[in-house]
Design a protein around this ligand. Structure first.
Ligand code: ADP
Length: 162
């Protein structure tokens, strides 16, 4: 059985993430989309909120073979724990590439049995990031089409709070 982990901050989940998730679910028997719980960044949404929103969106979008989870510690340790041999990441631009290139080298060093698979962002989502959604939402701007419809209002209401 081919199992992969799609890790990230997902603060919050965007249509770009959903796009990558769909492709991963087509290729793999099981996809763990897992929220990083101990990142250096200070997330706006709590881990529980992010996990819950991903659950709602995955159910609404009817993406098969997906498990929603969160993890602490090293990604490769988590991947071993769930029996995954692959990691999934998305690439939008050269700036993503540089970071991913470094992460790939480090992860290979830590776990040579785990490979990372990359999906290029679709052109309509290449500009889309969670930080852009947070910025637009915090000023009351329209996030329609940037995040899944099923969680759009939850995200907009939460971001609009002072
Ligand atoms: P992280 O903090 O781990 O980068 P993110 O939630 O920002 O977490 O992103 C998770 C993954 O999804 C990363 O590989 C990122 O490059 C990818 N990603 C983010 N936005 C998009 C998008 N619009 N299209 C494709 N991939 C994306």
């Amino acid at each position: 059985m081919k199992i992969c982990v799609y890790p990230g901050s997902f603060d919050p989940l965007t249509q770009g993430h959903v796009d990558v998730l769909r492709h991963a679910a087509e290729l793999f028997d099981k996809v763990y989309i897992s929220v990083l719980n101990n990142g250096a960044k200070h997330p706006v949404f709590t881990t529980e909120e992010r996990v819950e929103m991903i659950r709602i969106a995955v159910a609404a979008e009817k993406i098969p073979n997906v498990r929603v989870d969160s993890f602490n510690g090293l990604l490769v340790d988590y991947a071993h724990c769930v029996g995954a041999g692959y990691l999934i990441r998305g690439l939008r631009a050269i700036t993503d590439f540089e970071y991913e290139f470094q992460m790939d080298a480090l992860n290979r060093r830590l776990a040579s049995d785990i490979q990372t698979v990359y999906f290029m962002a679709s052109p309509e989502h290449s500009f889309l990031s969670s930080s852009a959604v947070r910025e637009i939402g915090s000023f009351g701007g329209d996030i329609n089409g940037l995040v899944p419809e099923s969680i759009k209002n939850t995200i907009a209401e939460r971001l609009a709070k002072p």
